[in-house]
Design a binder for this molecule. Structure first.
Ligand code: KIV
Ligand code: ZN
Length: 459
């Protein structure tokens, strides 16, 4: 019997904290489009904006609240009446509205930014939550800069807002300063010291200034956090927020370490990522985990050889599980014969080992010069390699059509290439790997080398 896994609420703030990052602002239509995709993605909460910030933000939140009915729709407000009233005005028609109130609690912020005392801070936080509660049942409170706040004072503020009716306590690492062990301990301290904490949800909101936002959020989850605030592509202030796709896929890929459930339809991740990039014009770094264009691309010969034998060798999740159409074998100077042979097959050519060696040597020289060898380069190279002048024995045989015509294969200088096939090719026994993905055929049946020799040749 398996124990039930705790459900983690995924709070997406792409449209609020994400939109605050340079170059990522969106108009109302764009926000609506993305909100519908977030709904398809299955997030639990959409933070749609900061209604007092501008009329555009207000209208955006209102429009999303009116049409996106499944998830909770949250609006941000500072801890003061005008902000809270404006947020409620935008949210009041939502099927599931939430007012998200925040107030800084660290001494640095109290002294230099807000210019209030600790006592004033506690009173303002309590009054703001009490007021928000008169308008909306669902109220979240965030002590901004929590991770640089004296933990004892932090607990005092949190206790006051729980008493005032807050239903979610969000712990922001506003400046991305904490580290996983410290953040986990902070959550433990809060759980031990704040009266009434068992009746509310604890949330993590981590920024990525030291590149640890996701690790910190996951450490928080291990310590008892049950809501994680995150953004698509990890966009957000400065170095960004914890990335939704990384958090969710860490849980899906390593349930042994993170035994939690989310409601995210992971197959919608890539579409959400692409849509956000398209709307904002902000591209994703190629090596970004989960959704970067290299996340499922392989160029090194050893890796390509392994991938062709069984994708489990170099992929810990399938591209399809995050909505990426397929893995990619990139042909460059690090590629090996195995991948080159497969690509040639996909283009309609099958070579014996000696012929492929010949093509391979030329291919490596070409790749050294032009870095990425595209199909048209490869076709040119095949045709050039096969110039019949010096050789009596044709090296190149068109693949299926020549065999179908009776196996009397002759050299073809300008054959029509077959349409390219996807990466995975027809399976042989065993038919699938542990991901349930068909195992590719090993191409080189004709030779009787040992597997080790074959391995060395293939790369
Ligand atoms: O980073 C932060 O502190 C915030 C709060 C408003 C939650 O975004
Ligand atoms: Zn933030």
């Amino acid at each position: 019997m398996t124990a039930e896994r705790p459900r983690i609420t995924i709070f997406d703030t792409t449209l609020r904290d994400g939109e605050q990052s340079p170059g990522c602002s969106m108009n109302q239509q764009e926000k609506l489009r993305l909100a519908h995709q977030l709904d398809r993605l299955g997030v639990d909460v959409i933070e749609a904006g900061f209604p007092i910030a501008s009329d555009g933000d207000f209208e955006g939140v209102k429009a999303i609240a009116a049409v996106v009915r499944r998830p909770i729709i949250a609006g941000l407000a500072r801890a003061c009446r005008p902000d809270i009233e404006r947020a409620w005005e935008a949210l009041k028609d939502a099927a599931h509205p939430r007012i998200h109130v925040f107030l800084a609690t660290s001494d640095i912020h109290l002294q230099y930014k807000l210019r209030i005392t600790r006592d004033q801070c506690v009173a303002q936080a309590r009054d703001a939550v009490r007021f928000a509660k008169t308008l909306c049942r669902d109220v979240e409170f965030s002590p901004e800069d929590a991770t640089r706040t004296d933990p004892e004072f932090l607990c005092r503020v949190l206790e006051a807002v729980v008493e005032a009716g807050a239903t979610t306590l969000n712990i922001p690492d506003t400046v991305g300063y904490t580290v996983p062990s410290e953040f986990g301990e902070l959550i433990t301290t809060i759980r031990q010291r704040v009266k009434g904490i068992e009746n509310v949800t604890i949330s993590a909101h981590c920024h990525n200034d030291l590149g640890m936002a996701v690790a910190n959020a996951l450490a928080g989850v291990a310590a008892g956090v049950r809501q994680v605030e995150c953004t698509i592509n990890g966009i957000g202030e400065r170095a960004g927020n914890a990335s939704l796709e990384e958090i969710v896929m860490a849980m899906r890929t390593r349930p042994d370490c993170y035994p939690y459930e989310t409601g995210v339809v992971t197959e919608q991740i890539f579409a959400a990522s692409q849509m956000l990039s398209e709307i904002t014009g902000v591209t994703v770094q190629p090596n970004k985990a989960i959704i970067g264009r290299n996340a499922f691309a392989h160029e090194a010969g050893i890796h390509q050889d392994g991938m062709l034998k069984n994708p489990l060798t170099y992929e810990i999740m399938t591209p399809q599980s995050v909505g990426v159409p397929d893995s990619k074998l990139v042909l460059g100077k690090h590629s090996g014969r195995h991948a080159l042979g497969l690509r040639c097959e996909q283009l309609g050519y099958q070579f014996d080992r000696r012929a492929l060696d010949d093509i391979y040597r030329r291919f490596v020289r070409l790749a050294d010069k032009i870095k990425h060898v595209e199909d048209h380069h490869l076709l040119e190279l095949i045709r050039d390699t096969h110039k019949p002048a010096g050789s009596a024995t044709p090296l190149i045989e068109p693949l299926a059509p020549a065999k179908a015509a009776g196996g009397n294969a002759t050299a073809v200088n300008t054959p029509e290439p077959e349409p390219a096939k996807p990466f995975s090719i027809a399976p042989i026994a065993p038919t699938t790997n542990a991901f349930g993905v068909p195992l590719p055929v090993h191409l080189d049946h004709h030779h009787e080398q040992t597997q080790q020799e074959d391995y060395l040749w293939g790369v």
